[in-house]
Design a protein around this ligand. Structure first.
Ligand code: RB5
Length: 146
């Protein structure tokens, strides 16, 4: 699948590592930057990438900042985005099975590369379970449209 990947300065190094890792899993990666660890405002990349995920320019998005919090707040402002901040494998799997998360956010200042890679792998491989979970997401979408 096509994965859109982005970070701010605090997530730059983990973003670079994950880019190679995601490609090694056989996915296509589009890198939304940034490309250095010079200070950069996370909403600028989060909103740009989230809009593109919402418009279907990529199947999924992954955003890395210092904590993952700012990226999730910003991405979730975009209609159609279900961004999940996950720092453990259980939540990452559930965010796909139950919430059909289309963006994963993580914090480079919070977790190591090994765990981040495991989370990404599980998150990319796990399918949405639908049924009762779809009904709950429809309620969120209905609110979003109102
Ligand atoms: C940058 O210092 C930091 O605030 C940012 O990367 C992120 O953690 C915000 O939520």
């Amino acid at each position: 699948m096509k994965v859109l990947l982005g970070s701010d300065h605090a997530g730059f190094h983990l973003k670079e590592d994950l880019k190679k890792f995601i490609q090694s899993l056989g996915h296509e990666v589009e890198d939304y930057g940034i490309y250095t660890d010079e200070p950069f405002d996370y909403p600028d990349v989060a909103i740009r990438l989230a809009k593109d995920v919402a418009e279907g320019k990529g199947a999924r998005g992954i955003l890395i900042c210092g904590t993952g919090v700012g990226m999730s707040i910003a991405a979730n402002k975009v209609k159609g985005i279900r961004a999940a901040l996950c720092h453990d494998v259980f939540s990452a799997r559930a965010s796909r099975e139950h919430n059909n998360a289309n963006i994963l956010t993580m914090g480079e200042r919070v977790i190591g590369k090994g765990l981040a890679r495991e989370i990404v792998k599980v998150w990319l491989e796990t399918e949405f379970q639908g049924e009762r979970h779809a009904r709950r997401l429809e309620k969120i979408e209905r609110y979003e449209r109102s």
